[in-house]
Design a protein around this ligand. Structure first.
Ligand SMILES: [Zn+2]
Length: 151
C-alpha cells in the first residue's frame, strides 16, 4: 500500500471503500447517501496496479452493511470494502454484482412501459462484471453506463 493510501486507512472505526474506479468516488457518495453522517473523506486518483487509477472513500464512525455497499454494484463493481474497528481492518469484502436489478434503476426510454405504467423496472446485466452494461427487460434497450440509471 502506498503512503498516501495508508493515510486514508488511518481511522479508529469506520468503513473504507477502496478500488473504486476513478473518477467514480462522488457517484459512490451520492448512491450511499452518507453525506450527512460522520466524517467523509474522498481520495481521488491514487495509483493502482489493478485499475491504473482508483478512488477511495472513507466514512468515519459508520459501519456499512453489505446490503448498503452492494448498491455500488453498477458504479464500482471492483471496489473492496474494509471495515475498521480499533484502527484495524476486521472485515474485508467485495461487492456482489447481481445478474438482475429490480426496482433499482430507471429506464431512460420515455416510451418504456416502466415509465408509462406502474411497473417496477427490471434490468438484466450483460458483459463483464468490471464493465457491466444492463438491458431493460421490457423495452430491451441496452445501456452501457448503468450507473446513470441508479435512482
Ligand atoms: Zn425500458
Amino acid at each position: 500500500m502506498s503512503e498516501k493510501a495508508r493515510k486514508v486507512y488511518a481511522i479508529d472505526r469506520g468503513t473504507v471503500i477502496d478500488h473504486i474506479p476513478s473518477p467514480k468516488a462522488m457517484k459512490v457518495v451520492e448512491i450511499l447517501g452518507v453525506e450527512q453522517e460522520g466524517i467523509l473523506t474522498v481520495g481521488i486518483n491514487f495509483k493502482s496496479e489493478k485499475l491504473g487509477s482508483k478512488d477511495i472513500v472513507k466514512v468515519e464512525n459508520l459501519i456499512l452493511t453489505a446490503e448498503v455497499t452492494d448498491r455500488l454494484a453498477l458504479v464500482a463493481p471492483t471496489a473492496t470494502i474494509n471495515i475498521i474497528e480499533n484502527s484495524k481492518v476486521v472485515e474485508k469484502r467485495t461487492i456482489k454484482v447481481p445478474r438482475e436489478f429490480k426496482g433499482m434503476l430507471r429506464c431512460p426510454n420515455p416510451n418504456c412501459v416502466t415509465n408509462v405504467e406502474e411497473v417496477d423496472s427490471h434490468f438484466v446485466r450483460e458483459g463483464e462484471i468490471s464493465h457491466p452494461a444492463v438491458r431493460c427487460h421490457y423495452c430491451e434497450r441496452l445501456y452501457k453506463q448503468p450507473e446513470d440509471l441508479v435512482v
